[in-house]
Design a protein around this ligand. Structure first.
Ligand SMILES: Nc1ncnc2c1ncn2[C@@H]1O[C@H](COP(=O)(O)OP(=O)(O)O)[C@@H](O)[C@H]1O
Ligand SMILES: [Mg+2]
Length: 188
């Protein structure tokens, strides 16, 4: 499963657009889905996950897990998708191997939840025969080194982001509709 079935690139200019895009995706996700989010600190992985949570209609309060590896956000009976999947939000930054991932028993919740893993690349692929990868990039040319490094991610100012979606495995044989129809770079 080293080759994606498809790849789509979307560009956004505000955190709200990242959130809204993820919320639209959250509306079509199903229990058992595995999402792997990749991007440097401050790229917007948690912002994206918050949007997913809204679309899924799970309990609010999604934050950067940081010291807590896994948080479960139950689906809300009075939300937009009552009876729909829960959201399991994982930060794998401190986990160094697939074996450490296995220790936190994500298999137990995968069947009833959408599992979203920040820093999941090379750590969680074995959990499912399918996965949706989302890579978030700060715009090319933004300062990210040298003297500017102390300013990194210290405010909420909107900045452009490039989001690259890739589908692997049978679940993602086709790109989700929103990714298809809103992509300005269809077919790249
Ligand atoms: N276009 C954008 N998309 C997502 N976040 C953005 C965007 N522009 C600015 N931001 C800000 O960048 C920060 C992203 O933080 P976060 O989502 O916690 O990143 P990560 O989880 O990848 O470390 C937030 O403060 C958010 O408001
Ligand atoms: Mg985060």
């Amino acid at each position: 499963m080293s080759e994606p079935q498809w790849e789509r690139t979307l560009k956004v200019t505000t955190a709200e657009q990242t959130h809204a895009l993820a919320a639209a995706l959250g509306e079509v996700l199903e229990a058992g889905d595995l999402l792997v989010l990749t991007g440097e600190l401050g790229a917007g992985k948690t912002t994206f996950t918050q949007g997913l949570g809204e679309g899924l209609g799970v309990r609010a309060g999604i934050i950067s897990p940081t010291f807590v590896l896994v948080r479960i956000h139950p689906n809300l009976a009075d939300g937009p998708r009552p009876g729909g999947p829960d959201l399991v939000h994982v930060d794998a930054y401190r986990l160094e191997s697939a074996a450490e991932i296995d220790d936190i028993d994500l298999e137990n919740t995968m069947d009833t939840a959408v599992t979203v893993v920040e820093w999941g690349r090379d750590r969680v692929e074995h959990l499912s025969d399918s996965r949706l990868e989302v890579d978030l990039y700060r715009a090319v040319g933004m300062p990210s080194s040298g003297d500017d490094v102390l300013d990194f991610d210290t405010d909420d100012d909107d900045e452009p982001r490039t989001l690259v979606f890739r589908g692997y495995g049978p679940r993602w044989a086709e790109a989700p509709r929103l990714v298809k129809t809103t992509s300005p770079e269809e077919g790249n």
